[in-house]
Design a binder for this molecule. Sequence first.
Ligand code: SF4
Ligand code: SF4
Length: 743
Amino acid sequence: MEKKMGVYICTGCGIGDAIDIEPIKDLVDEEFNISICKEHPFLCSPEGVELIKQDIDNEGVNTIIICACSPRVNQDVFFFGPDKIVERVNLREHVAWSQEPKDEDTQMLAEDYVRMGCSKAKDMELPEPFKAEQEYSKDILVVGGGLAGMTAALEVAKAGYKAIIVEKEDSLGGFLKKMKKRVAPPYEDLYDTGLEELVKQVNDNPNIKVYTSAVVEKTSGAPGLFSVQIKTNGSVAEEKVGAIIQATGWVPYDPKRLESLGYGKFKDVITNVELEQMASNGGIKRPSDGQSPKNVLFIQCAGQRDSEHLPYCSSVCCLVTLKQAAYIKEQDPEAVCYVLFKDMRTVGQAEEFYKKSQLAGNIFIRGTITQIGEEGGKLFIEAEDEFLGEKIRLEELDLVVLATGMVPSSQPEETPKMKAPEGAEDADEEGMIEVPPDSGFYAKPALNLEYRQGPELPTLRYGFPDSHFICFPYETRRTGIYTAGCIRRPMETARVIDDATGAAMKAIQCVEMTEKGMAVHPRSGDLSYPEVNLQRCTQCKRCTEECPFGAINEDEKANPLFNPTRCRRCGTCMGACPERVISFKNYSVVMIGNMINVINVPEEEEEKPRILVFVCENDAYPAIDMAGIKRYKWSPYVRFIPLRCLGSLNLVWIADALSRGIDGILLLGCRHGDDYQCHFIKGSELATVRLSKISETLERLALESERVRFEEVGISDYWRIPQIIEDFMNTIEEVGPNPYKGF
Ligand code: SF4
Ligand code: SF4
């Protein structure tokens, strides 16, 4: 598109009090040859917006540079149609609200930001939405026909979409089939499971197709374009779907590993799952003699919150025990139930049911079991009672029930191993290492994805295939594939229903956005996607390996094959590519490089250092905005450049900036590790890894390693921003000016 650029400067919100507008108008004209540059005292008002619209209509302006508030606000106000490019320059939070007004350095800062904005707008092209040649499908595949799967399918169907359920057993229901009753909001009583009605609703719904005794044999393609082979009753059916919900549920923790609690040793030690099945199949009986139990002990956290077994809390077992104690009382009102617990975790309204259980005469003991044994055909236990501060002994127990926990169905029984790379320190004697959970090669088969990155969803440490436990529930590390229910994390039935509804909504969003060529979140609505110049590609595979979402396959010659509908538009591939052949229409290595090039770098004797800060736009940028809103002050020598994700950081920017005389480079990215907050999973972590390789560049330039620093910044860390900047400024002062200034 032929660009006609216009620059619009707001002098409201304190901007006009902090900086002189005339010199900015001059530089826009002289340095960028942009003749239209106007100011307005209240640019986001109807009159201010009208000023811009007049220029669009009368002057043909189609590339609009708004120098005003943060790009995070007023996006709707400064939207002039999909055929216009809009670039925002943050003169409010990052200049007027955080710097000394009418100061020479404040003015230089504002001028640099306007330069960077003009340069960026010049290099930017209007993204054209990706449209595949094949027809898109908006049908949604649901793998698993339990409570989560059936609920998700019904929600999908209610919204007018088609759902396809694949259930491995010969009938729908999942664990609900084994349950006698549910305990659910308002937690006043036990309720029917509702299984029959739910199955009827699914079977009667013309928008839902059900495959039973079926497994997914192969899933290929991408969102909007998935092709799924379903093996059922000896034949293979093929379905085209737009999105997938994995609702394959959970399995009980293997009780054979709980011999110390008497399981497998004493017949009358059973699990909560076994008790549930007995309750729904004719009544609860002692396995040893078939008698109805009179004295029952429930042992909570059987294997859970225990580093030897399941280190996490399964969150439902306390409630399940209260429910099962009610079964016992219902069967025999004279029976006595004891509950030996570490903590009773009955959150929210469920506390009501706990109180009810106490009032029903059940006896709760906080303590730890030290011994279990059998005497005269009855069980006994010894325990440390925390409240009494002494040892206790319970005798004449007819039944001991272990409240075992939930393991995601994706978790393999044994950690799979793979051949260790050369020199790996943690290899065993056979030269093997454990497959990391965050690879798609770890989990048990459910989807059989034809992805270069592995056949299943990458999982978190304990086998749950989640991707961002803080911001994006239901998301996984494979775009267009969502998880719902206990495959995602342990949860009670009421939450499973909410969860499945949420996952259905995400799947619907995905098929709709995909059809329009838009990204799903976190860059919802983004129309850009990575384009690669294959002629200059060296087949190094870095993009394929580093893409956090498995969006890139390879052809037989190892050329990267991008699947744009799998892409979340993070730019990690762009940052990874040593040949710099990956770019987006509105985000590229050249574009950021040119922004760095227009920063005015004063001579050494002026004693005005320049610090470049690459800022993650998901967390660090809003934190800086918040610091500005709070009127915190920081050095006027820093220049922020927002990045889609620090994973998109290309090392060439650092090398170029340092060789231009920029004194220091700070990277502000998300926390990584187990509690990572990176919206693109590992972008921030990859930036740190890449940064470790920058030493070579620094050495080549004979520069100090202190000139480049990475800091983790969460969205709520706004209060740390001035300190982070000040500490870095002090370091740069100590190492002195960059000797490349003026070259
Ligand atoms: S790295 Fe990010 S931008 Fe590149 S293909 Fe993967 S998801 Fe898309
Ligand atoms: S990172 Fe760049 S050079 Fe390497 S395979 Fe990908 S596109 Fe090709």
